[in-house]
Design a protein around this ligand. Sequence first.
Ligand code: SF4
Ligand code: SF4
Length: 338
Amino acid sequence: MKTALPRSPWLQPSRLRFLTQAALLIVCLYLGVRFGQFVRHFETFGATPAVPRPPGVEGFLPIGALVSLKHWLVNGVIDPVHPAALVLFVTFLALALLAKNAFCSWLCPVGTLSEWLWKGVHRLTGRTFRVWNWLDLPLRGLKYLLLAFFLKLIAIDMPAFALAEFLASPYWAIADVRMLHFFTAPSPLSLAIIGLLIGLSAVYRNAWCRYLCPYGALLGLLSLFSPLKVQRRREHCTDCRRCTAVCPARIEVHRKQTVRSLDCTGCLTCVGNCPAAGALELAPEFGRTGLPGWGFALLVVLLLAGGIATGMLTGHWGSALTYADYQQLIPIADRIGH
Ligand code: SF4
Ligand code: SF4
């Protein structure tokens, strides 16, 4: 048997992924705190210090970003109110097309928290529940139904004038503030939903991502076109089945030559755990040369940084809303749209 060469622990895909996830989570927490301070300044009518608004929070507005993308494609205009929402959305779509659904397993803070939660519970109790196979398949369809609902509502049914109208509305202007309030001042219903999702994610591996997230469903569909795929080289494989045992997406990796599943997020857990050198790697579908874990991590980070830099350099990052606009809108944010 040809065994895997010892690799530096710092270059292990699992370590690189953990570091990338942790860095993104810290950045998101920082953005959330800064945005909270920004909003607080207007809610207290200037009694707390003014801080610059961090545009990165618009990454949490994917549905509005879908409207914005259609507006750009149909009307040829980039929304000036939340341009970073569009920039980040397009960046994540490009990421899925080029580097599998790496957004879900390497970047998404919700995916990170959900993964750490079930892993923490597993470590403490030694158990993670599995949804029965007969129920797993229909449940996995839920996120595609949700995706179809949003695509029909926005990408198909929304006419050009309605796109412009929505993006010029006060509702869209303070969508980020309402998103913040969803977490900082949750209603009893929001609390119940968050509690349910946390409970599910604690006992079932990636419950939210696997069954309910329409964003992940969209990126998973696009990732089918990614040239990079996990590939098993039969000549080196010892059929130990470790890859299948560790795959968080429950893919039977040991039976595939090329993993083309919608659920494969490119987490590289299988690759990192394969004990046979050269048996499993991430490689271009019709190529023979695999991309090392550090190469994939670099690709993901460079694509993210490149997307953000493009938005900044082309002047589509900061919002066009003025201090006076926020002074007027933020104190009444929760009444807008009711
Ligand atoms: S981990 Fe999977 S690919 Fe690697 S040797 Fe075992 S069965 Fe083969
Ligand atoms: S097949 Fe490998 S890369 Fe894909 S989700 Fe499973 S463990 Fe991750």
